[in-house]
Design a protein around this ligand. Structure first.
Ligand SMILES: [Fe+2]
Ligand SMILES: [Fe+2]
Length: 281
């Protein structure tokens, strides 16, 4: 499964810190479970990993671990955007919508990580925790700082990921990945439209220069995602795609790339241009 994300390039290296997760347990875990009972409600334990060819199983463990890491990074991105929404004194109901996103992403982190465990365990990801997202220039005024992040993380990253996640969900045949992806798709629907709701409120307060700044922020993110697509394109292997797809059900690379290009046009470029954000890529 390839995940679209609008934040930054992944800094995975032999040196960085290991991406590991833990739960504190007891009362704290119980309160978390009460907040999001859907995690425990997933059909855990229904997947017989021994029936999946070992190559496909290893690739799936790697893909779900990478998905957990992407969700972790998105959690950081939506938290940074939430802070900026407070700083620019966005409307209370708009901030309230964004306030549930960090918890949504945290749930996605746990779902993806536990899916990797069901397949035999997570794989090693090393990263630099200080380089997970690119912060906007702190000298920018608060409204533009919020706009800079929301355009990158939501109008590009989250808006693009909805149709791709939905495609992956439809391709999933086993009840467990299907339930997990279904949950993520339901949460992401709101994340994907949020950026444009914010822009519709913020744009009257931004002048032409500031709109051009937002256009450049979108350009950089779109370019970074196009680079990820190049990597998917050069690594694709039809025979492998089909084996993994049969075992676990995710989109074949060519279908993913076609959908991604279509979504970039209809869900990202067109709505940004319609709002007068000048994008050039
Ligand atoms: Fe997510
Ligand atoms: Fe999200």
């Amino acid at each position: 499964m390839t995940n679209a994300n609008g934040s930054t390039s992944t800094s995975e290296s032999a040196e960085g810190e290991l991406f590991e997760l833990e739960l504190l347990g007891q009362g704290t875990e119980r309160r978390y479970r009460r907040m999001r009972p859907e995690v425990e409600a997933m059909p855990w334990g229904t997947l017989d990993a021994s029936k999946i060819p070992s190559d496909a199983r290893i690739a799936a463990r790697r893909a779900w671990t990478a998905a957990a890491f992407q969700e972790h990074r998105t959690g950081l991105a939506v938290s940074a955007a939430l802070r900026a929404l407070f700083e620019c004194r966005a409307p209370v109901d708009l901030i309230a919508m964004a306030a549930r996103f960090p918890l949504d992403e945290l749930v996605h982190v746990e779902l993806c990580a536990r899916m990797a465990m069901e397949l035999g365990g997570g794989t090693e990801i090393r990263h630099d925790p200080n380089a997970l997202i690119v912060d906007p220039d702190h000298r920018l005024p608060p409204l533009l700082r919020a706009g800079d992040m929301i355009v990158r993380f939501f109008c590009v990253g989250e808006a693009l990921s909805i149709p791709l996640l939905r495609g992956t969900w439809h391709a999933a045949r086993h009840p467990l990945p299907r339930a997990i992806l279904g949950r993520i798709v339901r949460d992401e629907a709101m994340h994907g439209t949020f950026g444009f709701t914010f822009l519709d409120w913020a744009l009257p307060g931004l002048d032409d220069k500031e709109r051009q700044h937002l256009g450049r922020a979108a350009d950089r993110t779109i370019r970074a995602i196009q680079k990820q697509w190049d990597a998917v394109r050069s690594n694709r292997n039809h025979a492998y795609d089909e084996t993994a797809g049969d075992a676990l059900g995710w989109m074949q690379s060519d279908m993913y790339l076609a959908r991604a290009a279509e979504a970039m046009e209809s869900r990202v470029r067109r709505p940004l241009r319609a709002r007068g954000i000048p994008i050039s890529v």
